[in-house]
Ligand binder design. Structure first.
Ligand code: AP5
Ligand code: MG
Length: 186
């Protein structure tokens, strides 16, 4: 099962992608986690990524495409994966198409998690008190939401044209939302 999770900051992409991956025994690949891991290692990619993440901007497309083309070619991806937070721009989505063609993989669905802005801001401000994430401050959360609307939301139309979008209401109990997602995937 090859899946993409798309949704605004705080929608629950990470929370749900992990649960869906456990269900299907496939790999969870969050580009946010991958980039934060590079930052913690103080690698060249991490140093550059930090300058974008800390201000709520996207890390450049070429960095993500290079990283993910290597990652998706690894053996553990053969059975499938949940991509969480990638692709995030039309350029990344087109780059991913090329990667998938080269690897003989094809997408089964794009899960679009929907939640209203007030809910998202409340969740992330709450998480900010314990997460240690430098981008979980009210000002940067608002910036991330603006970037999502402008750069990532157009992907829903892009994947709608390929009939891949499964829209799921992301407010409610975590277990119920997982059920909703699984129901769209049968
Ligand atoms: P990333 O780490 O992907 O952050 P994000 O998209 O802003 O989303 P979050 O991880 O904050 O939210 P989520 O949707 O995963 O929700 P979660 O499950 O955590 O990216 C961070 C940055 O990295 C970007 O801004 C960018 O700079 C860079 N980056 C990453 N990918 C990139 C790419 N492809 N291209 C360029 N740059 C890239 O849940 C949120 C909170 O809500 C948690 O506290 C959770 O416990 C809680 N929660 C979850 N579900 C529920 C529920 N049902 N009810 C109540 N609370 C809930
Ligand atoms: Mg996340």
């Amino acid at each position: 099962m090859y899946l993409i999770f798309i949704g605004p900051p705080g929608a629950g992409k990470g929370t749900q992608a992990k649960r869906i991956c456990d269900h299907f025994s496939i790999v969870h690949l969050s580009t946010g986690v991958i980039l934060r891991d590079e930052i913690s290692k103080n690698s060249p990619i991490g140093k550059s990524a930090k300058t974008f993440i800390d201000v709520g901007q996207l890390v450049p497309d070429d960095v993500l495409l290079k990283k993910m083309s290597g990652r998706l070619a690894q053996n553990d991806c053969n059975n499938g994966y949940c991509l969480d937070g990638f692709p995030r721009t039309i350029t990344q989505a087109k780059g991913l198409e090329q990667i998938l063609t080269n690897l003989n993989q094809s997408l089964d669905a794009v899960v679009s998690i929907v939640a209203d802005e007030e809910e998202l801001i409340n969740r992330l401000v709450l998480r900010g008190s314990t997460s240690g994430r430098t981008d979980d401050t009210p000002e940067i959360i608002r910036q991330r939401l603006r970037v999502y609307r402008r750069q990532t939301e157009p992907l829903i139309e892009f994947y709608e044209q390929q009939n891949l979008i499964k829209a799921v209401e992301g407010v409610g109990k975590i277990t119920e939302i997982t059920e909703r997602i699984l129901n769209t995937l049968v």
